[in-house]
Design a protein around this ligand. Structure first.
Ligand SMILES: C[S@@+](CC[C@H](N)C(=O)[O-])C[C@H]1O[C@@H](n2cnc3c(N)ncnc32)[C@H](O)[C@@H]1O
Length: 209
């Protein structure tokens, strides 16, 4: 298997030694785009937040800093990611401030109206049923809750070659701002704001319940 294919297969569901290497890279490489995305979120000290497809748990760690009196959950369907995210956040986990669980975004174990905000960084491209997942996010958010999506790719002619590899080799679905808006509205979100960073092919989307 080529290195690109290995990386993309692992990005979909990081596992084992190879997955651990990819997760360590993602914790570093997604830091800047995540910070850019997080600027859209309004968090209070006591906010209850969930990071969906949390991978190595770096975003969970950042969210915990922004919500000193709140609670942050991380959810991922990779058992290994749950272990690595727990390791990275071990102190906050011991304090009960952070909880990492194994689960699928389409079907979470949370009650209705549980979270002030949900985040999804570099993961929506892999979700097998995006509308179902967005409806699930809508269900677990409180009224007026925020859903932040951060993607390091959107369809753009200047990035055709890079994105073609993601789509063909990684089987990723890279939504345009229009598609993302339509899917979020179909899932019930009332307000959607999307920003692009054309120099880097980055997209950040904030949807309000
Ligand atoms: C490219 S990684 C990004 C990880 C992390 N958000 C970051 O920015 O570093 C995608 C993550 O989403 C998780 N994932 C993909 N589809 C999922 C699903 N349907 N349910 C739960 N987790 C999922 C993968 O296991 C992986 O950890």
């Amino acid at each position: 298997m080529s290195d690109v294919k290995k990386t993309l297969v692992q990005s979909r569901k990081p596992q084992g030694e190879e997955g651990k290497e990819i997760i360590e890279k993602m914790n570093k490489n997604h830091y800047e785009v995540t910070g850019w995305g997080l600027q859209m979120l309004i968090l209070e000290d006591h906010s209850q937040v969930i990071d969906l497809g949390c991978g190595g748990g770096k975003t969970v760690q950042r969210l915990a800093i922004h919500t000193p009196e709140g609670k942050v959950f991380g959810l991922d369907y990779s058992e290994d990611c749950v272990e690595w995210a727990n390791e990275l956040n071990h102190q906050a986990v011991e304090e009960g401030k952070v909880v990492i669980i194994r689960g699928e975004v389409e079907n979470t174990p949370f009650e209705d109206k549980n979270f002030d905000a949900a985040t999804a960084v570099e993961t929506v491209y892999f979700w097998p049923d995006v509308i179902k997942a967005f409806k699930e996010v809508h269900r677990i958010l409180k009224e007026d809750g925020q859903f932040l999506i951060v993607n390091e790719a959107y369809p753009d002619e200047n990035y055709q070659e890079k994105n073609r590899v993601y789509e063909e080799v990684g089987k990723m679905v890279i939504p345009s701002p229009e598609e993302l808006t339509a899917w979020l509205k179909e899932a019930g979100f009332k307000e959607v704001t999307i920003d692009l960073e054309p120099e880097k092919n980055w997209l950040r989307a904030l949807a309000r319940k």
